[in-house]
Write a protein that binds this ligand. Sequence first.
Ligand SMILES: Nc1nc2c(ncn2[C@@H]2O[C@H](COP(=O)(O)OP(=O)(O)OP(=O)(O)O)[C@@H](O)[C@H]2O)c(=O)[nH]1
Length: 525
Amino acid sequence: MNQDTDQQKASLKRLFARRLPGKLRQVSGYLQRMHSGEATAGLGKQLSLTLEHSIKSCETFGFQACARLLEQAEIQCHNPDADIRAQLIKALMDLAEELDGKPKLEAKTDTGIVMEPPSASTLALQPLWISLPERERNELMAPLALFGFAVSSQPGDTAGAASIAVVADHEAAHAIRSRLGDKMPPLVMVGDEDSIPARLQAVRAGASAYIVRPVHLPELIEALETINPATAGEPPRVLIVEDSKSQSMHYNKVLKEAGCSTAVVNQPLQVMEALHRLKPELILLDMHMPDCTGLELARVLHQMPGWRSIPMVFLTAEENPEKLAAAMAISGDDFLIKPVKADELKTAVLRRIARGRTQTQTLTRDELTGVLNLNALQSALDNQCALANRLGESLCFAHIDVDKLGELNSEHGHAAGNAVLQHLAALFSRRARQSDSIGRLGGDSFGLVLPGCHGDDAIRLIDGIRRDFERQPMIYNDKTLHVHFSTGIASHDGGQAGTLRDNAARALRWAKEAGGNRIQLANSN
Ligand SMILES: Nc1nc2c(ncn2[C@@H]2O[C@H](COP(=O)(O)OP(=O)(O)OP(=O)(O)O)[C@@H](O)[C@H]2O)c(=O)[nH]1
């Protein structure tokens, strides 16, 4: 068994699953625009092309229900039927919400604040320029297409500059920079060495990211998301608060073309409505407005629960360092001096949103295994318990614990134990359904939330994984590691999440006491 490939597949599936709700919302948004008569031949064609790729990607990663829904959307691009399209728009939004639990964003409000989706051109595949040796490039090309990137090896000068990034080693990057000068797209540098001098060389060459060979796809995709968070499928959400209509229209256009969903507020006192509807990831805030200054508004928002840490980028004609320092002291974020160039605006906003998304990821993921951390798993369990109570549906929680990991650590070393934990997490991530949540409870224990599952279904699923895990021993540093795990499963009976967890932990103890490598259901004795 190739453990690296297994882990990579699981990471790719996780990455893809994270992007899927955004993609569904995007498709639904554009169908909505076609539905309300905004259809242009270009929009329909672009949507159809994107859908073709997305269907293939969903099938590859096993998201069959999404693939079927997107197939219906594709039919609607060619043979529209008003009723079917309206149902489809709703079904796409509902599925997106089910997948990530985030509520729908509404397109228009009665206060005149308009929520706008990104420009239709951002629906197209993202052009990516890879200037690496042919074999390396070819290996990356097909899987990158599944994530919506169109890879080219030798784009012309204009296409090169329009690429979202160029992936190159030091020599190629140098040659491209000499050719394109300041039209060079952001650079992801690939190198052989993981050392400070190699990384320093990349920084000096202006690289936004440095990846050590062999290039792991999840790492590359995450680097590209950091350069442009719009490539993650979920458009960055930006609220523009600016009293000048002409300037706000300009910022709005630039940000929509950069792939953002936006809302514009010209009267700062109307900001709450837009905040609640758009749920922005960043506010672009003019410093000088008549009813209330940008700084005052920032202070107000920073005192309100839910908006205390929202990043802000200030727009100002002010160059007085003391006043700028005051703005920075409030939000700790960026400011841009007017008149703002389009590229500057785009870079500042996208970079700040990417940083915010990385922080959220860091806060919810277990660093060693990439599955949810304890807090995130706990909140997934709380949400699913509440949902199961509301809908009267079944739900199971499984507490999984590696048997005798202490002994394995002593015999083969802590790194071998880490590899076991990573392998098990990858195995569960791969076999779980898209509605399941897998997380690390701590040490050598994992938790699995299984909505819609009865005890018997949960036993069947986990026993399949247990048998595979036992049948295919892990190879670590040429040594065969025979490892197994035990599981306690509890079925939800309308009570609290804490009770479900306690019951699963109790069942796990029974499984361990009975010799391990087994599964025990809490409600049977
Ligand atoms: N390699 C590695 N080991 C860990 C990690 N976290 C916890 N452990 C080890 O997991 C073991 C957990 O101890 P126990 O709960 O007694 O479990 P066990 O040795 O697996 O034995 P049983 O659960 O009784 O089968 C300890 O030896 C920890 O050092 C980790 O992140 N990496």
